[in-house]
Design a binder for this molecule. Structure first.
Ligand code: ASP
Length: 347
């Protein structure tokens, strides 16, 4: 009797699983290649990724690495060595990467290395580990041929830091719509230097997801994290399942915003699981945001921002944020990148 019940339970479970995968596997046209990324600063990033994806054999994994490298080479508040420092004046970088075969790698709290995403890829491909941090990560990078750059803040970061020192209080500044629009009007995106001086923005991550011509997904996430954070603080970006997750059978998700909140709900993994249940990428992102807001609606509304972007196996994409102001970039062919405003829980 007991065995029969177990058997029936198992069969029912099997049926439920079948209907889930069936609802996800409804026949749809694949839109590929495609790359999506966080923020309007994602347009040149997508373009760099598309250089790889436009080739028949271009791999999504190479594309997301190239895209991330592109922004790591530029100066902005929130990615790479030009980003805002921690409260002791040191820039520390977090990054992660994940491919279509569940391989993943990351670095966290790493200093002096220009391309953290490429070090994350080396962790994934050349070590038995998934995450290296601090001096260990830097040492590994140098062993792999990366150059240790000097400890110098970019001009913008130095100004922002000097400004921050006046009060020295740790307070994430959420990028609300007004500020975003100001940046749009100036045509320079949220990383405009004048914004840095004013301290209007002190965080944002470059995170991107790609689907290649072979139908494979990959993702990458790179950041200098929250500006003026405590020394040693690590956000969601290098944590697989929080800041980034890729399941090649279903879809991929990545995030930007207050990392602590994303970690709390294992955000990117949660979004992928919602997509596995048949939800559209936008709906999946929305459901994860609802989960997050529920923890403390007042705080979520007033104190921080989180935005998810997601891409499924069919090339369908979507995003959702807690507060207005989150935008993302979508590119399906060289030169056709567009910026889309994400919907948000609060208006
Ligand atoms: N998620 C990043 C962190 O918490 C920052 C951001 O994307 O705004 O470090």
């Amino acid at each position: 009797m007991n065995n029969r019940r177990k058997f029936l339970n198992r069969s029912l479970l099997g049926l439920a699983t079948m209907s889930f995968s069936k609802s996800f596997a409804a026949p749809k046209v694949k839109k590929k290649p495609i790359v999506i990324s966080t923020w309007d600063s994602g347009i040149p990033v997508n373009e760099a990724a598309m250089e790889v994806l436009k080739n028949t054999n271009g791999r999504a994994l190479d594309a997301v690495e190239k895209g991330a490298n592109n922004i790591e080479d530029t100066i902005n508040c929130c990615v790479g060595l030009g980003g805002n420092p921690d409260r002791e004046g040191r820039v520390t970088l977090d990054a992660s990467i994940m491919d279509d075969k569940m391989n993943c790698g990351g670095v966290a709290f790493m200093e002096n290395i220009k391309h953290p995403i490429s070090v994350a890829r080396k962790v994934m491909e050349d070590t038995p580990h998934v995450l290296l941090v601090g001096d260990g990560a830097r040492q590994f990078a140098i062993e792999k041929g990366f150059v240790a750059e000097p400890d110098v803040l970019s001009k913008d970061a130095q100004k922002a830091y000097d400004n921050w020192l006046k009060k020295s209080e740790y307070k994430p500044v959420k990028n609300i719509e007004l500020q975003q629009n100001k940046a749009f009007q100036k045509g320079s995106g949220p990383f405009a230097p004048q914004m840095l001086e004013n301290g209007d923005f002190n965080h944002d991550t470059m995170a991107l997801l790609a689907l290649d011509n072979s139908g494979n997904l990959s993702g990458a996430c790179t950041t200098s994290g929250m500006g003026f954070k405590m020394r040693g603080r690590v956000g969601d970006s290098p944590i697989i399942g929080a800041g980034l997750y890729v399941d090649n059978e279903v879809g991929a998700c990545t995030s930007s915003g207050q990392g602590e909140e994303v970690v709390r709900i294992a955000g990117s993994h949660l979004v992928v699981e919602f997509m596995r249940q048949g939800k559209s990428p936008e709906m999946a992102c929305k459901m994860a945001i609802e989960r997050l807001v529920k923890i403390n609606p007042k705080k979520a509304k007033e104190e921080f921002q989180v935005g998810f972007i997601a891409l499924n196996k069919y090339g369908e994409y979507g995003a959702f944020a807690i507060n207005p102001g989150f935008v993302f970039s979508v590119t399906t062919a060289p030169g056709n990148g567009k910026v889309i405003k994400a919907k948000s829980y609060f208006n």
